[in-house]
Design a protein around this ligand. Sequence first.
Ligand code: SF4
Length: 72
Amino acid sequence: MRIAIDTSKCQAYHRCTVVAPAVFGLNANSKAEVLDPHGADDATVLKAAKSCPYRAITVTDEGTNEQLWPRK
Ligand code: SF4
């Protein structure tokens, strides 16, 4: 899984960090950042991305390059 965060959309809602705390953290500017893209299984990473109310997290399958979230 490849994870990208649009920090301009992140409002420090903390949902991603609660669902997958080993994958997501908040930096000193209160913006989410990826700590370890492999810190949780794929389903948990997707769940965390979907939990973001601002759709700030994009998840892409590294193998197929398919964007899994948000759905296009
Ligand atoms: S859930 Fe979204 S808004 Fe909240 S910290 Fe994560 S990326 Fe930012």
